[in-house]
Design a protein around this ligand. Structure first.
Ligand code: ZN
Length: 209
């Protein structure tokens, strides 16, 4: 199952593998063929802790608006607090995620997978706190109440397959929403996210869900 997904010896190709999987360079922790924007908001994972959880988020800046470079700016600590009233409330935050899937399907990587991104905050999964230590965070450009785009599901499903192949401790029961690990504090990815469409596609082996 892993042959088409894990390929560290032949970097440089943007081709997707079978079933639309995306290739991860296991040496660098980077996805091949996607836009890379390095975020300083990351650090080392605790030693000996395998990556074993996938956390789905949403983000839109300003809230409810799509497009623009604001998410890149937030994750690189260059968000101009004067550009929008909402930005003043978040400009000092030091946050990141490993990946963003934009409305048009573009995938952006901010943090290598073997490093700890700062996406979950105060969080708990099955009694274990500090989910950033052992998770990968994927942001969908969106908001809780608005349907996500079909291409976002397609990319998310392909990415999830690649990540599960690289990090086998991410089992089917270890894919959660931010709201699941920070209930009452976070609501994303929200009721608009179609979990059955996503998890069903992973179960079925379908390409696009
Ligand atoms: Zn979130």
């Amino acid at each position: 199952m892993a042959e088409a997904m894990i390929r560290s010896r032949n970097p440089g190709s943007n081709e997707r593998g079978r079933h639309g999987r995306m290739r991860i360079d296991t040496n660098t922790g980077l996805l091949e063929g996607v836009r890379q924007v390095g975020s300083p908001n990351c650090d080392e994972r605790p030693a000996g802790v395998p990556v074993s959880l996938l956390v789905i988020h949403n983000i839109s800046l300003p809230p409810g608006e799509f497009g623009g470079h604001w998410i890149d700016a937030l994750f690189t600590n260059t968000l101009d607090p004067a550009a929008h009233p909402y930005f003043r409330t978040i400009a000092g935050q030091r946050v990141s995620a490993h990946l963003l899937i934009r409305r048009d399907g573009e995938v952006v990587q901010y943090v290598p997978f073997h490093r700890r991104a700062w996406h979950a905050g105060r969080s708990c999964f099955r009694g274990r706190e500090c989910c950033n230590d052992f998770s990968i965070g994927i942001e969908l450009e969106g908001c809780d109440e608005l349907p996500y785009e079909a291409v976002q599901y397609e990319r998310l499903i392909a990415l999830t397959r690649s990540l599960m192949a690289c990090y086998p401790a991410i089992g089917p029961g270890r894919i959660v929403g931010h709201s699941d690990i920070a209930p009452g504090r976070k609501s994303d990815p929200g009721p608009a996210f179609d979990w059955e469409r996503y998890l069903g596609a992973l179960r079925d082996g379908a390409c696009t869900g």
